[in-house]
Design a protein around this ligand. Sequence first.
Ligand code: NAD
Length: 375
Amino acid sequence: MRLAVLKEHAPGETRVAATPETVKKFIGLGASLAVESGAGANASIDDEAYREAGAEVGDRASVVKGADILLGIQAPDVADLAGAKPGAWVAALFDPFMAKDRVDAYAKAGFEALSMEFMPRITRAQSMDVLSSQSNLAGYKAVVSAANVFGKAFPMMMTAAGTVQAAKAFVMGVGVAGLQAIATAKRVGAQVSATDVRSATKEQIKSLGAKPIFVESVAGIEGEGSGGYATEMSEEYQKAQAELVSAHIAKQDIVITTALIPGRAAPRLISDAQIATMKPGSVIFDLAVAQGGNVEGSVADQIVEKHGVKIMGFSNTPAHLAADASALFSRNHFNFLSAFWDKEAGRPILDDEIGNAVRLTQGGKVVNERLTGEA
Ligand code: NAD
C-alpha cells in the first residue's frame, strides 16, 4: 500500500497532510510513504525530517506514480494525479457543495474522493474530524489576531497611572471555533459574552465563564438538531436577533463571528448600520469571511476600516498556524485510515457509516447522497 503526500498548491495554503510523526505511524501499519519535496516547508518540516521518518522524498510525478492513497489538505486537481493507481483514494478537503466540477472530474477520472469535511459528527469519528481540529485553532487565532490590531489591552490593569478597563468581547456562533474563541478571550482577560441560535450552547457558554446573550421572544433551535448543525432561521427570528445584537454590540470592543450553515452562504449577522453604532477602535474578526461573511463589508485577508471600526478575517485561518494545524490534520488522517486498517488485506476497508458519509465518488460516479440529493 503506497501513500503519497503532495505539496499543497492552493494560494495561501501552508499546511501539509502528513508529518514525520504520522509517516512513522503509517509505516508501522505496513504502508510505504512518498512525500513531494518541499511539501512541509511552510509548516517548518524539511525533506530530511520526512526521510528520517522513513518516507521517500521526490518530485510530484515520482511521488504520485503507483500511489494507492493520496493524502491532501485541499484536494489536488485531477491533472496532478496522473500516474496514480486506477481507483486510487484521495482523502482531503473537497469543498463538495461549492467545487462540484472538481468532484465530477474525480468521478470521471475514476478516483475515489474522500471528503474529510463530510466526516460524520459521531463520537467514534471525533479523532478523525478535521473541521473540529482546524476550527479549534481558528477560534484561537481569531482572538489573538483581533487583539493584535486592537489599540487597547484585553485585561483590566490597575496601575499607578490609573486603571485600564477590561475589553468586552462578544462571540457570535458557539460551535467548535466559537467555544475556543470564548476560552481564549477569557484567558487573555476580556469580559466575554456569546450568542448562538442553538439553545444547547447556553450551558456551554456559562461553563466557560461567559455571559449568554439569547433571543428569548422567538424559539431558536432547541436541541442539537441534525448532526448538531444550525439551519437557516425564520425572518421573525432574524429580526429579533438583529435587535438584540444592535443593542449589545454598541458596547463591545471585540466581536468574533463564526456562524456557518453547511452547504449555504454564511448568515449575515452584522450590518453596516450596526457597525456604525460601535465605538471607534473596536475590532470585528469575521471567521466566516471565506464563506460569504457574517459581517457586511468584510474582505478576506484585509483590514477594512468602517466608521472607525476595524473589520478583518482570513480566507484560511488555520493556515496561519501551519505547524499545529498540520500536526492535527495529519493525525486526523491517520486516525481515519488506521481505524479501518485491515491487517490481512494490508489496506483500509471503510465501514458503511463512515465510508458512505465521506465518499464522494466511486466507480466513475458521484455517489454521495448529500450531493445526489438523495439524503
Ligand atoms: P459550524 O461551524 O457549522 O457553525 C458555527 C456556529 O454558528 C454553530 O454553533 C451554529 O449553531 C452557529 N450559527 C449558525 N447560524 C447562526 C446565526 N444565525 N446566529 C448565531 N449563530 C449561528 O459549527 P461547528 O463548530 O461545526 O459545530 C456544529 C455542531 O457539531 C455543534 O453542535 C457541535 O457541538 C457539533 N460537533 C460534534 C462533534 C462530534 O460529535 N464529533 C464534533 C464537533 C462538533
